[in-house]
Design a protein around this ligand. Structure first.
Ligand SMILES: [Zn+2]
Ligand SMILES: [Zn+2]
Ligand SMILES: [Zn+2]
Length: 202
């Protein structure tokens, strides 16, 4: 059934859908100030809606994904429980447990042994990869991610289930490491968007 639905969609409808999505997203972002409420970043491509008290993801999926979520925000007249964060501040808030590191770094609590191990491992790998975003030089580790230079990061991640394993392999295997670079989440999101749009024009 799904296949038939896709086949019935004309290319024209696809373009219309995309334009509608872009316009809807842009309307929401403008209503919320069109820039990151933490660091002021205003490149629309990296801006994301964040639920002030967390738990946004479940709500978004209950509305059928981002399109349904943006529609809902419009219908509800842009509730103040949401604000804009850039991808960096959003990731930083997640890693720093509820607060972007721009607002102060949260210390570890007592029962985070494995987390400590992972952070140590991550820092070792990040140092080997140059300790800064290869595009914009952002060097706060809480904003950095490892990026597979030729794309395919998701495929790789699916075949190696555990993130720790990828880190260990990058740390210990120099030739494997050459395939990776560091990127902050903002640059990563932009790269991913570019890859998506170039795939669409093929
Ligand atoms: Zn930001
Ligand atoms: Zn921030
Ligand atoms: Zn960057």
């Amino acid at each position: 059934m799904k296949t038939i639905c896709i086949m019935l969609k004309s290319p024209h409808k696809k373009i219309y859908d995309r334009q509608y999505r872009v316009k809807l997203r842009s309307t929401v972002l403008i209503a919320y100030g069109n820039k990151c409420t933490c660091c002021g970043e205003d490149c629309q491509g990296v801006l994301q809606m964040d639920h002030v008290d967390g738990g946004g993801r479940t709500h978004v999926s209950s509305l059928g994904g981002s399109k349904g979520f943006y529609k809902w925000l419009c219908k509800e007249n842009f509730p103040p429980a949401y604000k804009i964060l850039c991808a960096n501040c959003n990731l930083g808030k997640f890693r720093n447990r509820g607060q972007c590191p721009h607002q102060g770094v949260n210390p570890f609590n007592g029962n985070e042994g494995h987390r400590r191990y992972r952070v140590k491992l991550r820092d070792a790998v990040f140092n080997l990869l140059g300790a800064a975003c290869s595009m914009c030089s952002e060097s706060n580790v809480l904003f950095l991610t490892i990026d597979h230079i030729n794309g395919r990061g998701n495929v790789e991640r699916k075949s190696i289930k555990d993130n720790d394993q990828i880190y260990i392999k990058i740390r210990d295997d120099e030739s494997y490491r050459e395939g990776f670079q560091l990127m902050c989440m903002n640059c990563n999101v932009l790269k991913y968007r570019q890859e998506l749009s170039s795939e669409k024009t093929l």
